[in-house]
Write a protein that binds this ligand. Structure first.
Ligand code: PBG
Length: 327
């Protein structure tokens, strides 16, 4: 006599409408933040080689890109700057006329309703490429705090809707929160790069943002990839300092961290699908070894399934097109 299965899980997989009705995780353009690299000069739209489809753009070239982002229904951009000159203290980051401040003004003129998020860090502006100021060959935490706070304030005063400190200095969220509040900017949220790992996946970004450290590495401030419990302490401390949104970065190699954080904290959470994760997909797709669209949608769905509300991704524009049915 034939024995029949007790459970027929395939029943709810037979028809697409049923699959769609019971899908647990959704991906939508409205979940994404798209990073932009703004550079000095004029008429510059320089392709970033390891990050196909992404460019370093000068101020006069921003409008076209911004209109595209808006048309695709992506709600926010995250800005990184390539200043004309660098110095030991990263002055370009907090100069009211600095590249990011200028870019914010241009974007707000073009698209007042597009959310502009400023990445708050010094590494693109320091001649040594570290995220903080150097004192006796070490990255000095507390001197850096003041400069990060000034950077955040300069961005907000130029029109940024949110600031995202990524330097991994202890106390950076509090320093920024206090400075914003003291200057009447108490309604501007802070998205803390709370659990940011010292990751080799940032390689292509450092080409894009010209922010490779000139000596040593970032392991004295960014987290050890081996640690998950430490990430919970980082997130806890960002929340205690007043972060409104917390981030895990990178995303794909750290899905367990996202998931654990989701279970522990009720704050909105972002995950940064970083440059190296993007480049790996692009590279394999260009070889014809994987189906870029299917693989990308699967990976980004996994980041949402792990618990991220927001995904910061270089794939955002393509995803928005795929989701609305373009090929
Ligand atoms: C700046 C910063 C980095 C990234 C985002 N902000 C580089 C770094 O820490 O070296 C990496 C993003 C990416 O790889 O896409 N501190």
């Amino acid at each position: 006599m034939t024995s029949f299965p007790d459970m027929r899980l395939r029943r709810v997989r037979e028809l697409e409408p049923v699959r769609s009705l019971i899908r647990e995780t959704q991906l939508s353009a409205s979940n994404f933040i798209y990073p932009l690299f703004v550079t000095h000069g004029e008429g510059v739209k320089q392709p970033i080689e390891p990050m196909p489809g992404n460019f370093q753009l000068s101020l006069d070239m921003l409008e076209e890109e911004i209109s595209e982002v808006v048309d695709l229904g992506i709600p926010a951009v995250l800005l990184f700057g390539l200043p004309e000159e660098k110095d030991p203290v990263g002055s370009g980051a907090y100069d009211p006329e600095g590249i990011i401040q200028e870019a914010i003004r241009v974007i707000k003129q073009t698209a007042p309703n597009l959310m502009v998020v400023g990445d708050v860090c010094l590494c693109e502006y320091t001649d040594h490429g570290h995220c903080g100021v150097i004192e006796n060959q070490r990255i000095d935490n507390d001197q850096t705090l003041e400069l990060l706070a000034r950077t955040a304030l300069a961005q907000v005063q130029a029109g940024a809707d949110m600031v995202a400190p990524s330097a991994m200095m202890d106390g950076q969220v509090r320093a920024i929160r206090e400075t914003l509040d003291a200057n009447g900017e108490e309604t501007v949220p802070v998205m803390g790069y709370a659990a940011k790992y010292a990751s080799a996946f940032y390689g292509p970004f450092r080409v894009a943002a010209d922010s490779t450290p000139q000596f040593g590495d970032r392991r004295s401030y960014q987290m050890d990839p081996a640690n998950r419990r430490m990430a919970m302490r980082e997130i806890e401390s960002d929340i205690a300092e007043g972060a409104d949104i917390v981030m895990v970065k990178p995303a794909l190699a750290y899905l367990d961290v996202i998931k654990t954080a989701r279970d522990r904290f009720d704050h909105p959470m972002a995950a940064y699908n970083v440059s190296g994760e993007f480049s790996m997909v692009k590279g394999a797709a260009r070889q014809g070894w994987i189906d870029e669209k299917m693989v990308t949608l699967e990976l980004l769905t996994a980041i949402r399934r792990a618990g991220a509300d927001i995904i910061i991704s270089y794939h955002a524009k393509e995803v928005a097109r795929w989701l609305r049915g373009d090929e």
